[in-house]
Design a protein around this ligand. Sequence first.
Ligand code: PLP
Length: 392
Amino acid sequence: MRRVYMDANATTPLLPEVFEAMRPYYTERFGNASSVHSFGQQARGAVEQARMAVAAFLHCRPAEIVFTSGGTESDNLALFGATKPGDHLITTQIEHHAVIHAAERLAQCGREVTFLPVNAEGAVDPEDVRQAIQPNTRLISVMMANNETGAMQPVAEIGAIAAEAGVQFHTDAVQAAGKLPLDVENIGCHLLSISGHKIHAPQGIGVLFVRKDTKIEPLFYGGTHERQRRAGTENLAGIVGLGKAAELARKGIEEGVPKNLSALRDRMEREIVERVGDAGAHSQQAARVWNTTNLWFDHLEGEALVISLDLKGLAVSGGSACASGASEPSHVLTAMRVPAARARASLRFSLSKMTTAEDVDFAVEIVPKAVAKLRELSPHYANRSPVASVSS
Ligand code: PLP
């Protein structure tokens, strides 16, 4: 059976070049980068080369790169590391749970936390950030691109507001990396998170950019690795893979790969919505990363559609989280004031640079059929009334 993967925001496959770059570090070049002997030196050399590649990708100094175990750790290191009890943290209602749940924990540990709202397109207003700043505000954390809708946030404006107020700025760039150029100077951030497995490197490796002279308390205590910012023997092969993936992502963006792919995303979105009826795309009026579309199909349960599409060979993702056996509408769509029924009927399709025009044709062919089938089975569909539209 043909299988098409359209869930790149969940994870991306390793590129063959990345796998080949990593392979020797699992076998003959297995040294510990802290060892003095030649095996150790070889490993150290590979770590530092990868650090340079990631620094070139983010336009920063190699010494500002801290390797972590992934986006979740990078976000936690930024939030826990840059605040102390009594500080105020500003973040948003649409962050990934790696930020939201960390911020909720910080609120239990003596920090004051503000979760800013977003508009109906899923974007934060920089003026809301400015208004929320207090004398004890220590950190602002706003993501660069949302993982569910692809909506890009005005991070450069927020960076300027943070600089004016003398507050540190963290951005979770996990879903922006590899899709648009990343430049920590243009963003004006002190801290920035990326994750390997969203850019065709392996799972379990990530980076926190920490601007020179930005003080962060480590999460772990142990050796002096990563300039005392992250103790623990380096994930050598993962770091090598991330370095290679960052190098390839930088070249891809320079060559304009995403532009071709954004036309594919737009075609898929348009054709599916036209064919299905009672459907639409969230955040369509917002600036979005090129690979993501979050579509709603009223009068059905999104989870049922995910399963039905998977059985036909298309892998996409539902917008709801399963909490105690009940399907909770996505916190991102809820923050955009999407009615709960529509939020539960929403699916995320996320493309990668491996997605082809034939993959899009496949989705355009099978999604309308699967939606029609589910609606046919639904006793509510025949007597349907229109779902209240999104309030502004
Ligand atoms: N931040 C965002 C925006 C994400 O989309 C994700 C993963 O989906 C993470 C953080 C967490 O990254 P990781 O899976 O590397 O822990």
